[in-house]
Design a protein. Structure first.
Length: 318
């Protein structure tokens, strides 16, 4: 299912490029089984497919319920209408969400549960005379094997390329070439294990990135997640990415996924495990050859040792 969503998004990006919108929202989420509410926040990228259609890619953090800490990645298709001389945009979206649910219990060890849910969104966006816009949004998630939830959020966003008209952009700039040719990046950062315990450690990584096509990239890397009381894991990664440049090619954003060939010495130092690594990245060029890159990796395991890895580094383009 994750591969299907990846292919669909790649097909959409392969069409003529439209300008993207990046927004950060926060608010509250609730569930009725049992009745609870907690904080929630969302980072969303939206791109127009014409005056009345768009798609979005999102990271959702639904906060800390008593027995569940759930977040996820979502991909949605939208219909929208523009009012008040294109200053107000109203939209509704539907799609899928892949969730990561840390389930807590007083009588059993914590578990890292994964699965697919259905997501329905509604949003109202107010566009200003600059590229800044304001948005309120609500979404409902049917969690399949997890719980259902309802969230209400508000926040601010920015149009990454200047639109030719006010309001949501439907044309934008066309990217003729690859986002990246060749790039070598050295990273340092932190690993956080997604179950309770002493799961913080330093992380380092080395990554080679190669542009394959206009919006398609491939990476190969070496990753050391560090040592804590919960993991002592390292290995090799390879990923395919969807990536796109903005701000006159100074900024690039991307999402990627692939296998992670890892050894965890806390569990078994003799056998290679193959969890999935799913990542979000952004780079900023500081010169013709040098760049800064930040990456957020999610390691998806089958033995309750999911991790978040936050990395920052310096890269060289050639």
């Amino acid at each position: 299912m994750r591969l299907i969503v990846f292919v669909v998004m790649f097909g959409l990006l392969s069409c003529q490029a439209f300008a993207g919108e990046l927004s950060l929202l926060s608010g509250y989420g609730a569930t009725d089984n049992p009745v609870e509410k907690t904080f929630a926040w969302q980072l969303q990228y939206m791109e127009g497919l014409g005056d009345h259609f768009a798609y979005s890619l999102s990271y959702l953090n639904q906060g800390h319920f008593i027995a569940h800490h759930r977040d996820g990645n979502a991909a949605n298709l939208w219909v929208r209408t523009n009012l008040l001389d294109r200053q107000l945009s109203l939209g509704a979206g539907v799609g899928g969400v892949f969730y990561y649910d840390t389930k807590l219990s007083a009588t059993a060890p914590p578990r890292d549960l994964h699965g697919w849910g259905t997501m329905v969104q509604v949003a109202a966006t107010w566009y200003t005379k600059s590229r800044v816009f304001f948005q309120v949004q609500g979404y409902w998630i049917k969690g399949d094997k997890s719980f259902d939830s309802l969230s209400a959020l508000a926040g601010i966003g920015y149009q990454l390329d200047a639109p030719p008209l006010k309001g949501p952009d439907v044309k934008g700039t066309h990217q003729a070439g690859r986002t990246t040719d060749n790039e070598l990046t050295v990273f340092g950062g932190e690993t956080v294990v997604n179950i309770p315990g002493n799961g913080h450690s330093g992380a380092v990584a080395l990554e080679y990135r190669r542009g394959l096509w206009r919006y398609l990239e491939w990476t190969a890397g070496a990753l050391y997640e560090g040592r804590s009381s919960l993991i002592d894991r390292y290995g090799a990664t390879t990923q395919l990415w969807l990536a796109k440049a903005f701000l006159h090619d100074r900024l690039a954003l991307g999402v990627g996924g692939g296998p992670y060939f890892a050894i965890d010495r806390r569990v078994d130092a003799k056998h290679v495990r193959i969890p999935i690594i799913f990542s979000t990245t952004g780079s900023f060029r500081i010169s013709q050859d040098w760049l800064m890159r930040a990456t957020w990796d999610r390691i998806i395991t089958r033995y309750d040792r999911d991790t978040d890895i936050f990395l920052g580094g310096i890269g060289y383009r050639f």
